[in-house]
Design a protein around this ligand. Structure first.
Ligand code: ZN
Ligand code: ZN
Length: 343
């Protein structure tokens, strides 16, 4: 079937105004690019920050979206790794320089020179997107596009965060914040053989965490640190909650030499009493997005069907309503836009 000449894209023209659904020319893959016909595209809270201008992109107009999955339909002249028909996905790291210290040591997501999908380059809220041959992630056939889309950012970020705690099979990890990332993290941690303590302010969200395999549930209140300690404490803590209130709880919940991984980005500062960290040999690390190897490991885990998102499927044409619902906190789990004409 010949590829059409134009596509529908949701374009951000002005911050905090509805995205404009317009007909524009389909991009043509040049150099090492491949053209993808998008099947599913996830909505992330980072899109809300970009939409509002709180995380302003280098320029507008912009097609946002960094959880895109689809099939390769055309190849640029220097694309050699992917072939027509391959199902691939992209997350926040569109491509990086590939030759700096960070890129060469598995830290491409910290490359000072990386392009961010749907931020510094055009993203996946469109029927087609061009991706770089070496940077697109191959999606195993066992995962549907709808399930795969949120793995590209939320799932991969959750996986990379758990891995950074450095915990070993049988250790206990306390996961703070049972939103989309937390829900993925619980399932991933269980697949890694960890004991999981889920922490949230909402009993409903904790019930969901338990249904996803969490061993223990702790309400995030003033006694939370004490309660986690009573459960044996944590060898690693991961914070997905966008609030600073989890910080003192994590410090109290940590066993000696535990590692705290910060992934959620609350606006406030997190203070600590130096002795508390030094005396117990704690480590605090940040984690942002993931590299391609972490993505591959997550996709291999998920290919067994064992990592399921709580997914709210929406037609692409309803993207503005979906973005508003996410902004207003009315969404449970992850929103995935389904593109018309795909199965
Ligand atoms: Zn994201
Ligand atoms: Zn680099």
């Amino acid at each position: 079937m010949p590829t059409p000449k134009t596509m529908i894209a949701a374009v951000l023209q002005e911050f905090y105004k509805p995205l404009e659904l317009v007909n524009i020319p389909i991009p043509q893959p040049t150099n090492d690019e491949v053209l993808i016909k998008i099947e599913a595209s996830g909505l992330c809270f980072t899109d809300v920050h970009i939409w509002k201008g709180e995380h302003a992109p280098p320029s507008l107009p912009l097609i946002m979206g960094h959880e895109g999955v689809g099939r390769v339909v055309a190849l640029g002249p220097n694309a050699s790794r992917l072939k027509i028909g391959d199902r691939v996905g992209i997350g926040y790291v569109y491509a990086a320089c590939g030759h700096c210290r960070d890129c060469l040591t598995g830290g491409e997501n910290y490359c000072p020179d990386f392009d961010a999908t749907g931020y510094s380059v055009q993203g996946c809220f469109a029927e087609y997107v061009c991706l770089r041959d070496q940077w697109a992630n191959k999606i195993p056939n066992e995962i549907t596009p709808i399930e795969a889309a949120p793995l590209m950012c939320a799932g991969a970020a959750a996986y990379a965060s758990i891995k950074k705690t450095g915990v070993q099979t049988g250790d206990t990890v306390a996961i703070f914040g049972m939103g989309g990332l937390g829900q993925y993290a619980v399932q991933i941690a269980k697949l890694m053989g960890l004991r999981v303590i889920a922490v949230d302010i909402s009993t409903n969200k904790l019930a969901t965490a338990e249904s996803l395999g969490a061993d223990e549930r702790v309400i995030a209140n003033d006694q939370a640190g004490e309660n986690i300690t009573a459960l044996g404490g944590a060898h690693g803590c991961v914070n997905f909650a966008p609030v600073t209130e989890t910080w003192p709880i994590m410090l109290e919940a940590c066993n000696p030499r535990a590692r705290i991984v910060l992934t959620g980005v609350p606006a406030g500062e997190m203070a600590f009493y130096t002795y508390q960290v030094v005396e117990r040999g704690l480590t605090v690390a940040g984690s942002s997005a993931s590299n391609r190897q972490e993505m591959n490991e997550l996709l291999a885990l998920a290919a067994g069907g064992k990592v399921k998102g709580v997914i709210n499927e929406v037609a692409f044409k309803d993207i503005n309503a979906a973005l508003t619902a996410l902004t207003e906190g009315r969404v449970k789990g992850r929103t995935v836009l389904k593109m018309e004409g795909t199965n």
